[in-house]
Design a protein around this ligand. Structure first.
Ligand code: ZN
Length: 496
């Protein structure tokens, strides 16, 4: 009796996600698991066979910095992520989570029959009941909880003891349900009104669950080093691992400062503290236009960024403005740029997002090379001109930075996208290709893989990623999305 497998992939170079050198092997899958890595005899019975000589086979990419909390329910194909090989997103970044409020007007406006939840356990159950095409893990958003506990996001005072206790209660409940950690976004309301002591107090339950603290730090320009120091201090005082989100120095006057912020991370690690970071591979960022105004982005030179182009990504009430530079409105309306930006938010809505070209290419490479950096998209899938990172992050690393520029080896890059995030965020069974692991797999062509999404035309799938499997099922086959909705909720520390 020949053995039976559901899927056999023959002859690919397996890049297993650990950073170990790639080697040619056959890989066989049964159900949702990899059951053979090595030689698969020619006479086995296979539900599907793929001849993959010349291709690379890696674990599915784990997007450690996702904002797809509601997108995965409203647009369950999650095309931008799935087509680039992402098989797991970690949502809830930058302090923006899904409890106690949905955190998203879009959800209420959605025509899709989206379920309601009032806890993180309820959110993960909703993912199980309405599965998207990829797996979903989540952080707990500090800001969303703080707005719930204090009654509004605009309350500027520190939280009082009762409010801290409420937030801790929500956090404990979420961690019990499998959330991977707590996130803050300290440039945003209401997170920015929290003191370091308040965050440490709220974060205190993390240690008991082995969950981590992820932070969009309090400043990425002039105050970058103080902001990193705060994130590291919070981790030390709360006794938890730290993930610094989208590590960069923003604003021309501060380019090069990542050398110092990397040294801060190295110093913390030398003291035995587990501090790492993530990065998207672009010289532009993207965030809420209202937050840019509030953080002085348009003050004359305040962030060294006055001369840098800012353009609109998504403008809910004025979609025809998407793609236009903010400066063009200042000209048209004959207003100073900050006033033009305020008028754009007034007319376009509070969920107006912009893209700012504010990062140095040399810094991108310095951060990318560093051993403490993993890859995340920070993708925002809304509007007609979103940042192309939502569609191109992983193929851009593999094609542009690995093959064309030699910044990383293929094995290093894949490790930063798979095994390293799985270890840090405690997702056992994922992030590696080995017998017994969950069959989240990507087949790509190292000679042709490349991002196609641009700032002018972002909604473009990449080239050179023919096959993607989630939990053993093809979600991309021969370069086409299969519409299979086989993603699962992923709970911290659970191999399932
Ligand atoms: Zn952020």
């Amino acid at each position: 009796m020949p053995e039976h497998f559901d899927l056999v992939i023959r002859g690919a170079t397996v890049i297993d996600g650990t950073g170990a050198p790639g080697s040619v092997a056959d890989v066989a899958v049964r159900g949702d698991r990899v059951v053979r890595v090595g030689v698969v005899p020619a006479d086995v019975v296979a539900g599907e066979s793929i001849e993959a000589t010349g291709l690379a086979l890696s674990p599915g990419f784990i997007d450690v910095h996702a904002h797809d909390d509601t997108l995965v329910l409203i647009e369950p194909d999650v095309v931008g992520k799935v087509m680039q090989g992402v098989t797991t997103v970690i949502n809830g970044n930058c302090g923006a989570g899904v409890v106690p409020t949905s955190g998203s007007r879009r959800l209420l406006e959605s025509p899709a029959a989206v379920p309601h939840w009032d806890s993180y356990g309820g959110y993960l159950d909703a993912i199980a009941a309405h599965p998207p095409s990829l797996n979903v893990a989540t952080l707990v958003g500090f800001g969303t909880m703080r707005a719930g506990a204090l009654g509004a996001p605009t309350v500027e005072r520190p939280a009082i003891a009762d409010e801290v206790e409420r937030m801790r209660g929500w956090l404990r409940e979420a961690l019990s349900a499998g959330a991977v950690g707590l996130s803050t976004g300290l440039i945003y309301e209401p997170d920015r009104y929290a003191t370091t002591d308040e965050i440490v107090a709220v974060a205190e339950p993390l240690a008991g669950y082995g969950a981590l603290y992820a932070s969009h730090v309090r400043g990425e320009g002039e105050t970058l080093l103080a902001a990193h120091a705060e994130a590291i201090e919070i981790g030390r005082r709360a006794g938890v691992r730290v993930q610094i989100s989208h590590h960069k120095a923003s604003g021309r006057a501060f380019w090069g400062r990542v050398q110092d912020s990397i040294r801060q991370i190295e110093d913390a690690r030398a003291r035995g503290e587990d501090v790492t970071a993530d990065q998207y591979p672009y010289t532009a960022g993207s965030t809420r236009l209202a937050a840019m105004i509030q953080n002085g982005w348009f003050d004359a030179g305040a962030d060294g960024s006055g001369e840098m182009e800012v353009r609109l990504a998504s403008v809910p009430q004025r979609p025809e403005w998407e793609g236009r530079p903010v400066a063009s409105f200042a000209d048209e309306w004959d207003l100073p740029i900050e006033q033009a930006a305020r008028r754009i938010v007034d007319e376009g809505g509070p969920s107006t997002f912009a893209i700012m070209f504010s990062i140095d290419e040399a810094d991108v490479r310095t951060v990318m090379r560093h051993e403490t950096t993993m890859i995340g998209t920070d993708g925002l899938g809304w509007g007609s001109k979103p940042h192309p990172r939502h569609f191109g992050t992983y193929p851009r690393i593999l094609g542009h930075y690995v093959r064309d520029e030699g910044v990383l080896t293929l094995e290093q890059a894949v490790h930063k996208m798979t095994g390293m995030p799985a270890l840090k965020f405690d997702l056992p069974g994922r992030g590696v290709v080995r017998e017994g692991a969950i069959a989240d797999l990507v087949l790509f062509d190292p000679a042709t893989v490349i991002d196609v999404a641009t700032f002018d035309d972002p909604r473009q799938p990449p080239r050179g990623i023919p096959h993607v499997f989630v939990n053993g099922v093809a979600v991309v086959r021969d370069g086409e999305h299969t519409h299979a909705r086989v993603g699962r909720p992923v709970r911290r520390g659970v191999d399932a």
